[in-house]
Design a protein around this ligand. Structure first.
Ligand code: KG4
Ligand code: ZN
Length: 337
């Protein structure tokens, strides 16, 4: 049996995981930096990179300890090398290369976005491919034709903001703090999702793309803001809750409709949804209802596997089997090609 150590430092979570070639997770440790970025209202790249430097070795040690293994037992190092914040990625990649070199074991570079879909495979504990995959995170909103773990073909993506980014920006407009997703979700629970009819952009467009920046602007206008001048956030109460609920309803309707369309067009009967926004309970239940009506099998990971972690890099096992290793000049690639 081969053992893998995976590292994730693409944004504001420092994470390490140990898994084996049967995709059994022996440990998955995540150190979140939320408290460091909260006062800035968003992730500050340089702060994130420095925090990764401080936290990576303790996180790695904890992951090994919890798995009950030593570094010498590790057979392969995996690392998310794209996409992400360049300084943040470099910390994980440098550590991964050093470990691979020192231990004399192969290195595998894994794509963070498609790993969010492999998280569905990890959580399911069985094969889920081929399927339609939707990644809804802070940096990405994209649909994939997931032919297999290592072949996910893009079907469409957001043309501007990601869904999670829209949650974060609307949270800022409503004065709900950072990170925005969970805060908007809590606020929306008190509100009426039908109070405001916000736009569902591109929903009838042939291409399976998304656009969320107009939705964010619609919330701004509903608050009375114009000409780039941000209005004061509304006080706690029904208006704020209704805005949050109506915004969330628009995002959820767009995401669910796009998933249904992608499944109908591809003919796949399986749908996998991953990324931080997949932690949203309203989205999860709307997807479940749609999947039931359409006769689709739905795979959404538990919350800890929706947000960033290193266990989702376990598609590395497939690359390792095929001998598709990265060289020690593996680059950090901040954007998807
Ligand atoms: O996947 P993730 O942890 O990091 C990225 O790769 O971006 O996603 C983070 C995003 C943030 O924008 C956050 O606001 C959003 O996921 N998020 C949520 C919820 N929990 C996290 N959005 C809506 N509802 C939630 N419960
Ligand atoms: Zn992510």
């Amino acid at each position: 049996m081969a053992l893998f150590l995976a590292l994730e430092t693409s944004c504001d979570e420092t994470a390490a995981a140990v898994f084996d070639d049967q995709l059994r997770v022996l440990s998955s440790v995540v150190a979140s930096q939320t408290e460091l970025h909260a006062r800035f209202g968003g992730v500050v790249p340089e702060v994130a990179a420095r925090a990764h430097l401080e936290r990576l070795l303790p996180v790695l040690d904890t992951a090994l300890h919890q798995a009950g293994v030593t570094l010498e037992q590790i057979d392969c190092i995996a690392v998310h090398h794209t996409p992400g914040l360049i300084g943040a990625l470099l910390v994980g990649i440098s550590a991964a290369k050093s470990l691979a070199l020192a231990l004399g074991v192969p290195l595998v570079g894994v794509n963070h976005v498609t790993s969010h879909l492999f998280a569905c495979r990890m959580a399911a504990g069985r094969d889920i491919f081929p399927c339609v995959g939707l990644v809804v995170s802070g940096g990405h909103t994209a649909l994939f034709d997931c032919q297999e773990a290592t072949r996910m073909i893009p079907l469409g993506a957001t043309r501007d903001d990601a869904a999670g980014e829209a949650f974060d920006k609307v949270a800022a407009l409503l004065g709900l703090g950072f990170p925005g997703g969970p805060a908007v979700e809590r606020e929306a629970a008190q509100g009426n999702p039908g109070a405001f009819r916000f736009p569902r952009a591109l929903i009838h467009d042939d291409r399976l793309d998304f656009s969320f920046s107009g939705l964010k602007t619609a919330v701004l206008y509903a608050l009375g803001g114009q000409n780039n001048a941000n209005p004061a956030p509304p006080p706690p109460g029904p208006l704020r809750a209704d805005l949050a609920a109506s915004f969330q309803a628009a995002v959820v309707e767009v995401l669910v409709t796009r998933c249904r369309q992608a499944c109908q067009r591809s003919g796949y009967r399986r749908l996998a949804v991953g990324g931080g926004v997949a932690a949203n309970a309203t989205l999860r239940s709307a997807l479940e209802t749609m999947a039931r009506q359409q006769g689709l099998e739905l795979f959404i990971p538990p919350l800890a596997y929706c947000t960033d972690n290193a266990a989702m890099a376990a598609s590395a096992v497939e690359y390792w089997r095929r001998g598709e290793f990265a060289s020690l000049d593996l680059d950090a690639v901040p954007t998807v090609a």
